[in-house]
Design a protein around this ligand. Sequence first.
Ligand code: G
Ligand code: G
Ligand code: MN
Ligand code: NA
Length: 253
Amino acid sequence: FALENDLRHALAEGQLFLAYQPQVEVAGGRVVGVEALVRWQHPEKGLISPARFIPVAEESGLILSLGDWVLREATRQAAAWQAQGMALRIAVNLSALQFRQSQLPTQVHSALEEAGLEPRWLELEITESTLMDNTEQAISHLWELSDMGVQLAIDDFGTGYSSLAYLKRFPLQRLKIDQAFVRDLSSDANDAAIVTAIVGLARSLGMQVTAEGVETAEQLAYLVDLACDEYQGYYCSRPVPAAEIAEVVARQA
Ligand code: G
Ligand code: G
Ligand code: MN
Ligand code: NA
């Protein structure tokens, strides 16, 4: 409860901010997007990890207002970068509860309008379990968002239980390979086989594929060989404040 009340205040008092992690083309190394990751600067406890407070936000329903703030802040920032000549796709994580809200497409539309951002620059990340919440509404959300021109990505792919049939049936543009499979990619034959299979799956379904958690040149070299489309990870950059993104983009150009 303490954390929940603190979080409520945090939202109202502007203690949350977004960090952005670059998404990089494997071939060529160009930064083509960023993922927005929420951070909480607590006045006494310091920086609190989303791994701790997102679950609290989900249980309490606070994720709805928090998620709305993230969406508006991230699209506003992406529009500002575009205005400065930095054409970066912006990826935003959606929790399952957000995805179940009937007003989600309207909310996304209004965030884009207010920010003045074209829908094609926004990518929404959902997990496999959110995808498998196969209600009429979830399916209609996927199509409405896709018809709007928003991109849809499956986050942490490989750790959940999604039906491969859904990947084909629904309008999804990207698979993000969970970092658990990328970590030992260059030394563990099983992980290498899994990553190879996911890249092949994405390729044959006409989807883009991103490897997460890339930390070393060896991992990246492996992804080059597999012709994986994009990667994220400390090898390029940790999630950084918005003000530092221009520097990363310039360094990678
Ligand atoms: O940012 P890491 O740096 O610590 O993120 C930890 C977890 O929190 C990840 O699973 C990430 O997807 C999740 N997360 C970060 N920001 C958001 C957000 O804005 N919304 C939701 N739903 N999850 C987020
Ligand atoms: O669940 P999701 O994929 O949205 O969250 C991404 C999480 O992975 C964040 O906590 C982010 O800080 C973390 N992360 C990003 N790059 C790396 C990396 O190269 N190594 C590790 N260990 N974690 C990473
Ligand atoms: Mn994510
Ligand atoms: Na992920």
